[in-house]
Design a protein around this ligand. Structure first.
Ligand SMILES: [Zn+2]
Ligand SMILES: [Zn+2]
Length: 267
């Protein structure tokens, strides 16, 4: 059994919970310690099983409570060395015994969960996304990326569940209030991916493997997207691609400001 829950996702803060029956992991720390603790209690997570905090990149919506979470739950921090150097001064009190440097494409075990970090294209120092495996079950979480190269796809294949960024609607972004430079940044290969690219990526993953049964749309923009638009756009592209949301795949949203559904996935 592998458990997954998005505690919140988006530019106001990110944190996801991944667990087996004996090991709990947090992914990113972009919300207050209090919100994360309350959210974990809300889903009845076993706080004593929490072992690790994995970090994707140094943007504040992913790291701002990293030090607090390490102290609150006694977590070991898993992070690339370059990202660590970016956030070290903001961690507060911590011990280097509780820091593990990860390397891309190298699996690392935490209890009975095996975690694989892999490279993503984003305007941060050394950004990564992760796949979490418990035996044959696999959950992948990929947000904050500007495009989807083949090597990324190969890391997603065989996932049972993917939380994938569905950041913006391109027309809303282009006609919206953001300054030109920021629009260009978001649209670039180091920015964020759109609803369409998200949907096409899901179709490509499914074309390699039909194990993928659950998709969660993440990191939705507050200004350049709406939950309804993201859901409907992705739904219609998946259906045009021949997938049925009743029979083949479930589609869900990770909310910006509240806890999502707790998934329990078994073989
Ligand atoms: Zn972000
Ligand atoms: Zn970011």
């Amino acid at each position: 059994m592998i458990y997954f829950c998005s505690l919140a996702s988006g530019s106001s803060g990110n944190c996801q919970y991944i667990a087996s029956d004996t090991t709990g992991i947090l992914l990113d720390a972009g919300l207050s310690g209090k919100y994360i603790q309350n959210s974990l209690m809300h889903i009845d997570a076993n706080l004593e099983n929490l072992k690790a905090l994995f970090i994707t990149h140094e943007h504040s919506d992913h790291v701002k409570s990293a030090g607090i979470l390490m102290r609150k739950f006694g977590l070991t921090l898993y992070i690339t060395k370059k990202t660590f150097e970016k956030i070290e001064s903001k961690l507060g009190k911590y011990s280097m015994d509780k820091v593990v440097f990860i390397e891309k494409e190298k699996d690392i075990a935490v209890g009975d969960i095996v975690v694989r970090p892999f490279s993503i294209s984003h305007d941060a120092t050394d950004p990564v996304a992760y796949a979490f495996k418990k035996d044959a079950l696999k959950v992948s979480v990929v947000t904050d990326l500007g495009h989807v190269p083949l090597d990324l796809l190969s890391n997603l294949i065989d996932s049972n569940l993917i939380m994938l960024e569905s950041n913006h609607d391109v027309e809303m972004l282009k006609s919206g209030p953001y300054p030109y430079v920021l629009k260009q940044r978001i649209l670039s290969t180091k920015g964020h991916i759109s609803n369409e690219v998200c949907a096409e990526t899901i179709l490509r993953v499914r074309s390699y493997s039909d194990r993928l049964g659950h998709v969660i749309l993440g990191h939705l923009s507050k200004d350049n997207n709406t939950p309804e638009l993201a859901f409907e756009t992705v739904k219609s592209i998946l259906e045009e691609g021949g997938l049925s949301l009743d029979d083949d795949i479930s589609l869900d949203l990770a909310y910006r400001d509240r806890v999502g559904r707790l998934y329990r996935i078994e073989d």
